[in-house]
Each structure stands twice: as C-alpha cells, then as structure tokens.
Design a protein around this ligand. Structure first.
Ligand code: NAI
Length: 377
C-alpha cells in the first residue's frame, strides 16, 4: 500500500516507521528541509540501535529505510491511498494543508489526522470530500505503543472507519474506536490521574513523593502522577488539560490546576528542563515519601474513584465500547487494570458511596457521580 505522512517530527517519523515496517511504501513530506534531514538521521540511528540490540536484522533495517522516501512537496503524495497528517497542533495550519493536498489525491484516498485535541469534524470540513476524512490517533512512541484511537467524524463514511480499523490491525496495532469528543478516550479518561493528584497536593493532604509512592506501591501504576507529568512535560500536559476543559464548555470536572500552570510559566517543565515537580541530575535534592499506609490508601482510593467515574461516564455517553475503554487505558497509558473492571471489583454501591462522600464534602460538580454508576448500583 502507498502511504503518505505529513510532518517528519516525533509522531510523523514514528508513524512512517510503523507503516514501513508493515511493508507499506511511505512518502514522508515535511515543509522544512531541516526537519526532513533530522527525521531521516533520527530514524537511521534508531534502526541501528534496534539492529545492535538484536531486535531486527540488518536486512530488515535496510528494507524499512528503503520503504520511506522523503518529499519536499505535497504533489509527491499524489499516488498514495492513505495520508496521515502529523504536523503542528494548529487547526488553521492543518486545514490549509488539507485543502492544498486534496486536489492531488485520487478519489478513493483516505485522509487522516493524528491530532490529539482538535475536533475531527472541524478538520474534515476543510476537505471537499469530508466523507473520506478520519482521525487516526497514535501514541508516543508510535512504533512501541500498541494502541491507536480511530475517530470517525460525523461526516465520515462508515466504510472508511472499517478500513482504518482493519488497516491498523494490519500494521500490528490495537485499534479502538472513539467518538469525536474532546480527548477521545485516553486523554479524557486519564485526566483525574493528574487533576486529582494535583488537587490532593494543593489541599496539603500529602506531598508529591508521597502521592507518587501511593499510586505506584499501593496502586500498581508504573509511574506516579507527578513523575508522569514531569516525563510528559508540564507544558504539554497543562495544554491538554486546558484544551479539554474549554472543549467541555468549562465543565469543572476538567478544571486545570494553578500549580501546574505556574510550573509551566516558571519553565519547570519536567525532565526536559532539568526541573519539574522533581529535580533531575546528580545529587538532586528530592524529598522522600511518607510511607504511611493509611494516608497512601486514602490517596489511591480518591484518585482511582475519580478515574473509575470518568471511565463509566465515557461509557454512559457512548464514547467507546466497554471493551475499547478497558483496552485504551491498559494499552495507551499502561494502567494496571481496566477501570470499568476495577469499579466492578470495588462494588458499584461502594463507588457511589465514595463519590457522594467527596461531593458532600466539596459540593462541586467535579465530584458528581456518573448516572451510569448510580444506575448500576
Ligand atoms: P513535532 O513538532 O515533533 O513535528 C511536527 C512536524 O510538522 C515538524 O517537523 C514540522 O516541520 C512539520 N510541519 C509544521 N507545519 C507544517 C506544514 N504546514 N506542512 C508540512 N509540515 C509541517 O510534533 P509532534 O509531536 O510529532 O506532533 C504532531 C501531531 O501529532 C500534533 O497534531 C500532535 O497533537 C499529535 N500528537 C502528538 C503526540 C506526542 O506525544 N508528541 C501524541 C499523539 C498525537
């Protein structure tokens, strides 16, 4: 299959590698010669590392490299059957690229965007034939992360959705189908992991290392919320939260935290800037967690119940199927178990009791129980 990728940055290069590994012939377009050069060098170095580790053979490396050609003009994508766009997260820039691209493509070609936060319907509307447009959202790093969210817009032809789901399986990904709503599945359901941890910290209930300790040691999460925010970058994580908050018309459930905003404003972005919630580098002055099992359990219970509530609300609003919500959170963000199953394990009655206790304490819509959870209880 002939595939076009637009944008040779982090995501575009990763998606190109996935498609080339699956045997597709890929044309990778970027309007910056420097980005094309950099992308090509980075891919070369990455494939060499894979060969050194014995994950792929030198022949396989050559085959993947040969399957990707770099282009400096959109015209060079004219023979492709699927184009995936992964350029800057700016709707106007993306729309301009789609309008320029479309006349070069054949009638049957599919156009997809890897956007994390823009409405697919709005991007599709920039095309003359919006029925061929769909969201195909990979996770970073694309070659390693199995999950792909496939998001049809209201304009998308159902046949295109079927084809995209099938194709992602062919590329050895695990596709899930999500409704075109803010954050799709993962970036919506995961919000309380960060938001509630920040809230616990803001209220002085526990310090940062203690919250991370509780989530990892008692909860089985691979990283604590603050470690993860430092890893993602506070600027990136804050922007996602703010975007989701506004996209939900200011629903207080998604309200960002001043703590994270100030961290971003101060340039304490996390690992990439050497300082975030933690200090990085040798002899970094980081505090030890207070390993109090009672406090730890309270922290874990509060964050997990908010995640469970979000997952049930996503199911209530049919954002995705039960199975896809579970898959998305275990494969997309490596949660130790599916949140719907976790709620069942705790017991619906107990879930409702915990949420109502938070609501009684704060009287904020943030803590409202999902109607589905209440119905099940
Ligand atoms: P990036 O900044 O690494 O790469 C963007 C590339 O697009 C750059 O090489 C740039 O030269 C190129 N570009 C910009 N404007 C262009 C134009 N008009 N025509 C052609 N090329 C252009 O960005 P990244 O992180 O790869 O993100 C790309 C998209 O993927 C965004 O929509 C982002 O929301 C989404 N995404 C990002 C994830 C991540 O973790 N970085 C995860 C999932 C989705």
């Amino acid at each position: 299959m002939n595939v076009g990728i637009i944008g040779a940055g982090t995501m575009g290069s990763g998606i190109a590698q996935v498609a080339a590994t699956a045997g597709c012939s890929v044309v990778l377009y970027d309007n910056s010669a420097e980005a094309r050069q950099h992308g090509q060098e980075k891919l070369g170095a990455l494939l060499t590392r894979l060969v050194d580790k014995g994950r792929i053979s030198p022949g396989e490396k050559q085959r993947i490299r040969d399957n990707i050609t770099y282009a400096g003009s959109l015209k060079e994508l004219s023979h492709t059957e699927l184009v995936i766009e992964a350029i800057v997260e700016n709707p106007e820039v993306k729309k301009a690229v789609f309008s320029e691209l479309e006349p070069h493509l054949g009638h049957d070609a599919i156009i997809a965007s890897n956007t994390s936060s823009l409405p697919i319907a709005a991007l599709a509307a920039a095309c003359r034939n919006p029925e061929r447009f769909i969201g195909i959202h990979f996770f970073n790093p694309a070659p390693l992360m199995k999950l792909v969210e496939v998001i049809p817009a209201i304009q998308t032809n159902p046949e295109i959705t079927k084809k995209a789901l099938w194709l992602m399986q062919e590329w050895e990904k695990h596709p899930v189908e999500a409704k075109d709503t803010p954050g799709f599945i993962v970036n919506r359901v995961a919000r309380p992991f960060y938001g509630e941890a920040l809230r616990i910290y803001d209220e002085g209930i526990a310090d940062i290392p203690t919250i991370d300790w509780a989530m990892k040691t008692l909860g089985g999460f691979r990283m604590g919320p603050f470690e993860l925010m430092d890893f993602i970058g506070n600027d990136v994580n804050y922007t996602v939260t703010e975007t989701v908050f506004h996209a939900f018309f200011g629903d207080e459930r998604y309200r960002p935290s001043f703590t994270q905003k100030r961290m971003t404003e101060a340039g304490f972005l996390g690992r990439k800037s050497g300082r975030g919630y933690y200090h990085y580098g040798e002899n970094a002055p980081n505090a030890e967690p207070v390993q109090d099992p009672v406090l730890g359990q309270q922290i874990l219970d509060r964050i997990v119940i908010m995640l469970i509530n979000e997952a049930y609300d996503a199911l209530h609003f049919r954002i995705a199927s039960r199975e896809d919500i579970e898959t998305a959170m275990t494969l997309g963000v490596n949660y130790p178990k599916g949140l719907l199953a976790w709620g069942e394990e705790i017991g619906y009655g107990e879930c409702v009791r915990r949420l109502d206790a938070l609501f009684d304490e704060y009287h904020e819509g943030r803590y409202r129980c999902s109607p589905l959870l209440r119905k099940l209880a």
